[in-house]
Design a protein around this ligand. Structure first.
Ligand code: NAP
Length: 306
């Protein structure tokens, strides 16, 4: 099959479009014919060169958000059938979906949302699971509470704004000024442009801060919280150690969950969640796609199509 691969930990610059072995579905796995693949611009900077068995990987196919059609089943795989349309988040430490085919554990897939195409479905899995787990599993966001969402125009942030709104929260989105129109349109009550305004105007207002930016923005975020509030970040950062003692802080990495994928698909089909796709590129132009997102200014998710 054709795939995007890298053979060295050199980030985006090492990606090549080439022939790769066809993946084979193992026990309880599914072979998916990829229709669309969502990418995260800095995923190759994560510690992904060691597989779960502890061995160094010799190559990587990136892109772990997939939407496609079941092409074959591994031994013992039940609950899905050849021809089913599915979407999901593939294991970060295995070859991903920037390819014509990907082998995925069936538990990491759910039926694709019916009302959107594969391109938009592929923008949901990582962004949706991360936003869900950040807001509800870790952040315990409840109806009537106020949440500040940093990076609200990005892939994760744009889903988080919509989920928080659906849950009945008051939403303050932040980001660069170019995100204002989108974030407001997605349902935020207020937008703070971090490149123009300070965060001081929102001091002490939030029950929850959900941070997707890190760095200085994360460092200045504890002041936004009410006493007893929660600061959840998806950016690992040593600055957390210096944060106030009267708040809860959580750093986490998203996990796949068929139940949450199913719930996200339901919200898409009911019109509560509109996946944001900033650009679509052919698989062969993956380097351009990763570079464009890394340069900033592209809203939502970039999606590749084989
Ligand atoms: N821990 C986890 O489980 C997990 C899961 C998913 C993602 N992540 C990580 O979380 C981060 C966000 O992911 P994503 O896919 O949502 O990325 P994304 O689509 O690039 O979203 C980030 C958003 O934040 C904005 N932003 C970044 N730096 C900013 C700054 N200094 N001031 C104001 N706005 C800023 C970006 O604007 P511009 O486009 O203008 O730069 C963009 O709108 C990435 O680093 C990703 O690797 C972690």
């Amino acid at each position: 099959m054709k795939a995007i691969r890298t053979h060295e930990p050199t980030g985006i610059s090492g990606l090549v479009f080439e022939e790769a072995p066809d993946p084979r579905p193992m026990f309880c796995e599914v072979l998916v014919k990829v229709a669309a693949c969502g990418i995260t611009h800095n995923e190759l900077d994560w510690p992904v060169w060691t597989c779960r068995a502890g061995h160094r990987r010799t190559s990587i196919i990136p892109g772990h958000e997939v939407s496609g059609v079941v092409a074959a089943l591994g031994f013992g795989t039940a609950g899905v059938a050849v021809g089913d349309e599915v979407f999901g988040l593939t294991d970060q430490l295995r070859d991903g979906a920037a390819a014509e085919y990907v082998a995925v554990e069936a538990r990491n897939l759910a039926p694709k949302p019916r009302t959107v195409d594969h391109v938009h479905a592929a923008a949901v899995p990582r962004a949706g699971l991360t936003a869900w787990q950040g807001l509800f599993d870790h952040g315990k966001l409840a109806d009537g509470q106020t949440v500040v969402i940093h990076g609200a125009g990005g892939a994760v942030g744009s889903v988080a704004v919509q989920l928080a709104r659906w849950a009945g929260a008051r939403v303050i989105g932040t980001g660069r000024g170019h995100s204002r129109a989108l974030v407001t349109e997605l349902g935020a009550d207020r937008f703070i442009a971090l490149d123009a305004d300070g965060l001081q105007g929102a001091a002490g207002q939030a029950d929850l801060v959900f941070d997707t930016i890190g760095g200085e923005v994360l460092a200045g975020s504890s002041d936004l919280l009410k006493p007893g509030g929660t600061l959840v970040t998806i950016k690992a950062d040593a600055r957390l150690a210096a944060i106030r003692g009267d708040i809860t802080t959580v750093v986490f990495i998203q996990e796949s969950s068929r139940a949450q994928l199913t719930e996200l698909a339901r919200l898409v089909d009911q019109g509560h969640l509109r996946p944001q796709v900033g650009a679509v590129y052919p698989l062969a132009q993956a380097v351009t796609a990763y570079s464009a997102k890394a340069a900033g200014g592209v809203p939502g998710r970039i999606v590749l199509q084989p």
